[in-house]
Write a new protein. Structure first.
Length: 389
């Protein structure tokens, strides 16, 4: 693959990245536009979505001096679910070297439950392979064995939101080459290979969703998209302080803090309220108390999701925060208190972590997760892996 076009559809902006390379990505074109056509991971304004794609993708392609029509696109929302699968295949004759076809067949066999009609597959991620009972084999092809096993993570979504997204991309003049669950893309965008192996939690604090992914042994082993995010903090401020959403966002970014006890009693900020001709002062501590209330709720919900994942006792590497919501002062400290683990914030230069991860997935990872020699339609490839047809 010479280059890839990645489209990150967020809750407050849409970003496009044109990248190339293999082990190290080269960012050739980057574009971002304001975007309010999606809420909680779902497209709510079709025309705005189409227009934003028409604007942001050609801009990035022009910067890169590339021509392309296929996009790798992220998907979020509480309609997306992840289930585990297990597969087994006997290698005959015993001791034969494992082939790519063997890997595809064992991944195909990993479907634990046939998907109901109201679920559409997004992607299948091999979590870990076992060769003759030995766990932790990353690349089984070429290994002499008698038995090959795999544990997989199967991400599925409701058909209608996925179809609407694909229709919007098509009407904008492009096509979807692959959809990728946002927690996977965000993790691939900011974690090193060592961290992917170690056991890390990635929390992407977006405007309308908070996406959590757990990474171990080189792959995402759990992912969830929660319908609460940094935009809810902005809405709270707007309602309680009687300001526009734009003013609420401004004071949140400029003067807000997720840990109100770290704000001085005498600190003040200037706010512009609706119906008033001039700004007025208010205590910065009061502002931060409003922010902290919602921020603590979001942190608690991510901790609950983590505790219920089944991996809470296996993660040793800590938490990495990303997304614009993670730029709020005091956020790392809040999540450190909530999770009891080391926490850091990480951001990619020039574009979003999700966009970088989408490109990394398409260039470096997709070949390991899709059948070889199959039709280019991404849904057909993933469905064949899961359904066997």
């Amino acid at each position: 693959m010479s280059f890839v076009v990645a489209l990150d559809i967020g809750g407050s902006q849409m970003s496009c990245l044109v990248a190339s390379g293999d082990k190290k990505l080269r960012l050739e074109g980057v574009a971002t536009v304001p975007f309010a056509g999606a809420k909680k991971g779902l497209i709510v304004n079709r025309e705005e979505t189409i227009q934003a794609i028409k604007e942001v993708v050609p801009d990035a392609l022009r910067q890169a001096d590339r021509k392309g029509t296929e996009l790798v696109v992220n998907v979020s929302g509480s309609h997306i679910e992840c289930v585990s699968g297990q597969g087994i295949k006997m290698i005959i004759p015993k001791g034969r070297h494992i082939t790519t076809q063997d890997v595809l067949e064992v991944v195909n066999h990993s479907r634990a439950v046939l998907l109901p009609n109201d679920r559409s597959p997004i992607h299948v991620l091999p979590k870990t392979f076992k060769v003759d009972g030995q766990r932790g084999v990353r690349k089984p092809v070429g290994v002499a064995a008698g038995k090959l096993e795999v544990e997989t993570l199967i991400a599925t979504g409701s058909p209608k939101p996925l179809e609407l997204l694909e229709q919007c991309v098509k009407e904008a003049g492009f096509s979807v080459s692959q959809m990728v669950f946002t927690p996977l893309a965000s993790g691939l965008g900011i974690l090193s290979q060592a961290e992917l192996e170690q056991g890390m939690i990635v929390i992407d604090l977006g405007a309308s969703t908070t996406d959590l992914g757990i990474f171990m042994e080189g792959s995402m082993v759990y992912g969830i998209s929660l319908p609460v995010a940094a935009g809810h903090i902005t809405s709270d401020l707007s309602a309680l302080l009687k300001t526009t959403l734009e003013e609420a966002e401004r004071i949140k970014k400029l003067d807000g803090h997720a840990m109100a006890d770290q704000v001085g009693e005498n600190e003040t900020v200037e706010i512009q309220q609706l119906g008033q001709t001039g700004s007025r002062p208010m205590a910065r501590k009061v502002l931060s108390e409003i922010i902290q209330s919602r921020a603590k709720e979001i942190a608690a919900m991510t901790k609950t999701a983590f505790d219920q994942s089944g991996y809470a006792r296996l993660v040793s590497g800590g938490v990495v925060l990303t997304g614009n919501g993670a730029r709020l002062a005091g956020t790392p400290e809040l999540y450190n208190n909530t999770f009891g683990l080391s926490v850091r914030s990480e951001f990619t230069p020039r574009t979003t972590s999700t966009a970088v991860g989408l490109a990394r997935y398409a260039i470096q990872c997709a070949d390991d997760m899709s059948p070889v020699g199959e039709p280019t339609n991404w849904k057909d490839k993933v469905r064949r892996l899961i359904m066997g047809g």
